[in-house]
Design a protein around this ligand. Structure first.
Ligand SMILES: Nc1ncnc2c1ncn2[C@@H]1O[C@H](COP(=O)(O)OP(=O)(O)OP(=O)(O)O)[C@@H](O)[C@H]1O
Length: 244
């Protein structure tokens, strides 16, 4: 369970995030949707303790990130916007390294990697050096690395960015698999079809503000539109920056 309360962050004159509050529940997929520059990445960075908010509070499973950031990090699996793999290491070595940093023993790491290789269909790449990996192979490795410690809460910044149609479909299936395991899944996207296809709840963010927070059906109802695309355009106020 993730709760954000009144998060605010400015960079000089730019108010990137301005009083953002919403919750993401266990066993649900929550989509953070907004056009380019809306404040999605900045919101997620404050959530995963990479950046300190100017104001506001982050609670993960009830733990305040400002009070106990290490306990919060242990409960989060994060696919950051910069995937950042070690090029000289194989996919497996990248993942193992993170497992060790999480304090896991070697047998548990190996067992967990076996499960992730199956879930993410990584059999052919797991023992290859990541140098030269395609976008999709890099994202898979970064996700497996993020989830090695079996976190309850999964945060993914634009997980399908740069993926082809097949890889995108596989990623959606994987997010559904995380949900079925009862995890709290929160991902950002600027692609409305993505959130429409996957999410139980959609949080729409524009100019640093939450402008809608509802189920896809409720969002359509609120906006008085029959299709979600029209609803997004209506709540955001323009179609600018939203990929079709
Ligand atoms: N480190 C920074 N320094 C200065 N300005 C920043 C910084 N990080 C973000 N911003 C600004 O804050 C605003 C929100 O950016 P953010 O990256 O959070 O948006 P986003 O919704 O993730 O966009 P995108 O979909 O393009 O990734 C933008 O105007 C951006 O230029």
């Amino acid at each position: 369970m993730i709760e954000l309360k009144g998060l605010t962050k400015a960079f000089g004159e730019v108010k990137a995030v301005d009083g953002v509050s919403f919750s993401a529940r266990d066993g649900e997929i929550t989509g953070l949707l907004g056009p380019n520059g809306a404040g999605k990445t900045t919101t997620l960075r404050m959530l995963y303790t990479l950046m300190k908010p100017d104001q506001g509070q982050v609670l993960v499973d009830g733990i305040d990130a400002a009070v106990d950031p290490i306990a919060v990090r242990k409960r989060l699996g994060v696919l950051p916007d910069a995937r950042g793999l070690y090029k000289r290491l194989s996919s497996r070595e990248n993942i193992e390294y993170f497992g060790r940093l999480q304090g896991m023993d070697e047998a548990t790491i190996a067992r967990r990697i076996d499960g992730l290789v199956k879930a993410l269909d990584m059999g052919e790449i797991i023992d290859r050096r990541t140098d030269g990996f395609s976008q999709g192979q890099r994202v898979k490795t970064a996700i497996a690395r993020a989830l090695i410690h079996d976190p309850k809460n999964c945060i993914l910044d634009e997980p399908t960015n740069g993926l082809d149609v097949m890889a995108t479909r596989a990623m959606r299936d994987f997010l559904r698999h995380l949900k079925a395991e009862g995890r709290c899944v929160l991902f950002s996207s600027h692609i409305m079809q993505e959130v429409a296809a996957l999410c139980d709840r959609i949080v729409v963010i524009a100019h640093g503000h939450v402008v809608a927070d509802a189920s896809p059906d409720a969002l359509r109802e609120q906006a008085g539109t029959t299709n979600l695309e029209d609803a997004f355009v209506k709540v955001i106020g323009s179609a600018e920056g939203l990929a079709a």
